[in-house]
Design a binder for this molecule. Structure first.
Ligand code: NAD
Length: 474
């Protein structure tokens, strides 16, 4: 199950040897990753170069985000940028420098461009002007972030075209920088949601987003606000439920939520008692042995949550595959995959809703296969695409209570689910991403945890892929 090319890549002399042989092997980068609880200064002393288009509108929240995260900002020439960075620089003791002051020998951890003001096709060239001289200076495991606008229907067709162009641009840059372990993402901010941008950029620039690439994230004011978000220990005194927590992505998520301060109810099948109890003990959580397909599962979940006085974070992670081409698939194989992956999510959500506190978070697991479709996975893909529709509708229903509902669509992640795939397909799955490797369960856990934090208030009804910029999928 281990990734042979990544092993070679981690060993300096083996890496040199393969390079010297000139073999056409893509040696994936050993990604820098965050671990443990979120630090107060995730960007401490990291050089972040910032540029802005004419009429850029997001400099102010961006400046506060960077200074408060401890970054060392370097500004491309712009009066507006310099003005926006002055006060936050003084408040947090992180004064911005002119780009010229970035020593030639110093790599940039982040390149951030505020493209929110772009309106004309000819102005897209400002992307070239900013990134062209800087991409060669991006550090390994570095970050590219472009900021744009989420427009309403009243926008001029040309502005709509220009803002949409940002997505193709960022997805391409993600593919170009991926071999160096770097990522590129786009954040589109709706009018009135500017104050919700900071935590999103903080996540994308941090090492917590190692396997999130080529993604557009949309920040809106849709879910009602529930106060100023805490950025560290942000889940203190919160109750979380994680289904399928005995192993893989679920276990990693339970650990990460606990590291941020949550008390985690870890749910899995009765057969996984030993693994589950061990995990629950290790993270100060509670084991909940429930088969989600059982008739009494929704009632038992609601009862367990009521005993803890309610729930703040729900992660519907349990999932199964029953792969067969449709012509060969039995109705039992169809039924059980759709029931665990989608039916159980719908039933459990309805049953636990009275226990869900205002400002709560629901995160469901979809899959890139659900978005793209896959041979032998018509049942799985139907259930995982169903999740996309479910979170969109639930998000609307619960927005007035400040609850957000989102999905995460993992690409190829190294778990027992993918270890069961035939070796050649598994190898192709790993390499078919901009980062040329599979993700780790913890990469998905980090993204789920981000969506579970108060700082993710601006993101709701969406499906975020954690796929390393997979070449397949929507
Ligand atoms: P896994 O098989 O390692 O873990 C899934 C867990 O869900 C298991 O502990 C299992 O016991 C539990 N579960 C299954 N049916 C259950 C039931 N009826 N009641 C209670 N618990 C049940 O899988 P994983 O790779 O960690 O996947 C987690 C989620 O991520 C799944 O929804 C999966 O579809 C999704 N996903 C995974 C990948 C990947 O590459 N690994 C890719 C895309 C999506």
């Amino acid at each position: 199950m281990s990734d042979f090319l990544l092993e070679i890549s981690r060993n300096a002399s083996a890496r040199r040897f393969v390079r010297a042989l000139g073999l056409p092997l893509p040696l994936p980068e050993n990604l820098a990753r965050g671990a443990g609880a979120w630090e107060a200064l995730p960007l401490a002393d990291r050089a972040v170069v910032v540029g802005a288009s004419e009429r850029a509108e997001l400099a102010s929240p961006l400046a506060t985000c960077l200074a408060s995260a401890g970054a060392d900002p370097f500004l491309a020439p712009s009066e507006a940028l310099a003005g926006a960075f002055r006060a936050p620089g003084e408040t947090f003791g992180r004064p911005a420098h002119a780009l010229d002051a970035l020593a030639d020998s110093r790599k940039a951890h982040g390149l951030v461009f505020d493209a929110s003001g772009l309106e004309r096709v000819a102005e897209l060239e400002q992307l070239h002007a900013f990134f062209h001289p800087l991409l060669g200076r991006l550090a390994r495991s570095g970050r590219v972030v472009v900021l744009g606008r989420e427009l309403d229907a009243s926008a001029s067709p040309e502005r709509a075209a220009v803002q949409a162009a940002l997505e193709g641009f960022v997805r391409s840059v993600a593919k170009e920088v991926g071999r160096g372990g770097a990522t590129a993402n786009l954040v589109r901010v709706a009018r009135g949601a500017e104050s919700r941008l900071g935590p999103v950029v903080r996540f994308l620039l941090s090492q917590r987003s190692a396997f999130v690439s080529a993604q557009p994230l949309v920040v809106t004011a849709r879910a009602r606000s529930v106060g100023e978000p805490a950025l560290v220990r942000s889940l203190d005194r919160k109750i979380a439920l994680v289904t399928g927590a005995a192993r893989g992505i679920g276990a990693a998520t339970a650990r990460q939520l606990a590291a941020e301060g949550a008390t985690v109810l870890c749910l899995d099948r009765p057969g996984d008692d030993a693994l589950l109890s061990q995990l629950a003990r290790a993270i100060g959580g509670v084991a909940l042995l429930v088969d989600l397909t059982a008739d009494d599962a929704p009632a038992r979940i609601a009862e367990a949550l009521a005993a803890h006085g309610g729930v703040d974070v729900v992660v519907h992670n349990a999932g199964i595959t029953r792969d067969k081409t449709l012509a060969r698939m039995s109705v039992e194989q169809w039924r059980v995959a759709v029931d665990v992956n989608l039916g159980a999510v719908v039933r459990a959500t309805a049953a636990l809703e009275p226990q869900l506190r205002d400002g709560g978070r629901i995160v469901c697991l979809s899959s890139v296969a659900g978005l793209a479709g896959n041979v032998g996975q018509s049942n799985y893909a139907a259930s995982k695409a169903g999740i996309v529709g479910f979170v969109r509708a639930e998000a609307e229903r619960l927005a007035d209570r400040g609850v957000t509902v989102n999905a995460i669509a993992p690409g190829f992640i190294e778990t027992r689910l993918t270890a069961a795939i035939p070796v050649t397909i598994r190898e192709a799955g790993r390499r078919l991403s901009a980062l040329a490797q599979g993700g780790q369960p913890d990469d998905v856990a980090q993204a789920i945890t981000f969506l579970a934090t108060p700082g993710a208030q601006g993101i709701t009804g969406r499906t975020l892929r954690v796929c390393g910029g997979a070449l397949i999928g929507a």
